[in-house]
Design a protein around this ligand. Structure first.
Ligand code: F6P
Length: 360
């Protein structure tokens, strides 16, 4: 008898834990449900180009701690507006659905807001899809659940802050650390708190230079001659704009943020006369091994996605509820926008109470 088949792809920017999810899906599919597993390479590009790999236990052996994705990924190949390489775009969505259904009965789409939005659009056209919430940005609308990759990213940013702390202190400098997160400040907020930052600037709370300087001055008055500032790439001054680094035309969201860390550092040096430096953490936050918790989260998400697939419970994204039980959230909800940091989030409130400034 022909075995049932499940297809998997990883889409959008990579994140630590992707391989752990692929491993969990593959093991669960084979051991628990006797399915065959097909991986599409490089996100939806692999679907359009029918670039597949059969995933067996051998293929996924040893990949739990490995960063990146063995399937490859892409954050610029929408099936609805597929770049043809000649500056032109074509709608390949019907072809994509046919190809996926040729190889499998269901697609497990491991991705962030862009890939889940595309998956939702494909599901509306009839594709059976289950989503798995990935992103270092932690900005998916999946209730209170954490996305995998987030903890690894902010742990790395925390380590960077620890390192900057000692050099800032030795040189009596102000140091700005720019972290990723797009339009949400989760990485800045969590790493800032964990890394003992003095100021945290996030997109959700526009800042004023005078307020940052007031905090630096309070520290100087207490004989603390250095200050650490975490700047989310999407942070912006009150009455100012986000700093855009470039536009990637073929991407679902073409805007690439970046540069605000430098801008803040220069402005503070000008305004205070104190030596200021900036560091941009960039893609270091996306690479490397997932933390232990991200490995656990990724494994539970992978197992749960396969459980839903076997039950034919399509159109959901897997998340965690109480007692670490699977809590499916409708794909429509996850695809409806991003999850920002609420200014009254408990972490923000705790940070304020211990004297961290948000520049407001
Ligand atoms: O969404 C993940 C992310 O790393 C963002 O934090 C960042 O803004 C963006 O992707 C960078 O994209 P790229 O890899 O295309 O430079």
């Amino acid at each position: 008898m022909m075995k049932k088949k499940i297809a998997v792809l990883t889409g959008g920017g990579d994140a630590p834990g992707l391989n752990a999810v692929i491993r969990a899906i593959t093991k669960t599919a084979i051991r628990e449900y006797d399915y065959e597993v097909i991986g599409f390479r490089d996100g939806f590009r692999g679907v359009v180009e029918e670039n597949i790999v059969y995933l067996t236990e051998k293929e996924v052996s040893g990949i739990l701690p490995r960063g990146g994705t063995i399937l490859g990924t892409s954050n610029r190949d929408s099936p609805f507006k597929f770049p043809m390489g000649n500056g032109k775009f074509e709608d390949k969505s019907d072809q994509c659905i046919q190809t996926i259904l040729k190889y499998a009965e269901t697609l497990i789409s491991i991705g962030g807001d862009g890939s889940l939005m595309l998956s939702y659009e494909l599901s509306k056209k009839g594709l059976p899809v289950i989503g798995c919430p990935k992103t270092i940005d932690n900005d998916l609308r999946v209730g209170d659940a954490q996305t995998f990759g987030f903890e690894s990213a902010y742990s790395f940013a925390t380590e960077a802050l620890d390192r900057l702390h000692t050099t800032a202190e030795s040189h009596h400098r102000i140091i700005c650390l720019e972290v990723m997160g797009r339009y949400a400040g989760w990485i800045a907020l969590y790493s800032g708190l964990a890394g003992g930052a003095d100021v945290i600037l996030i997109p959700e709370i526009p800042f004023k230079y005078e307020k940052i300087i007031a905090k630096i001055d309070r520290r100087l008055a207490a004989n603390k001659k250095f200050s650490l500032i975490v700047v989310a790439e999407g942070a912006k001054p009150k009455d100012g704009e986000m700093s855009i680094q470039k536009h990637v035309v073929a991407s679902i969201d073409p805007v690439r943020l970046g540069g605000i860390g430098n801008i803040v550092a220069q402005k503070l040096e000008q305004m205070t006369g104190r030596e200021t430096r900036s560091t941009v953490l960039g893609h270091l936050q996306r690479g490397g091994s997932p933390t232990a918790y991200d490995r656990i989260l990724s494994t539970i998400y992978g197992v749960s996605a396969m459980d839903l697939a076997a039950k034919k419970q399509y159109g959901y994204v897997v998340t965690l509820g109480s007692n670490n039980k699977i809590l499916p959230v409708p794909l429509a909800e996850a695809a409806s926008g991003i999850r920002n940091v609420a200014p009254d989030n408990g972490v923000v409130m705790a940070a304020r109470k211990i004297g961290i400034s948000f520049g407001d």
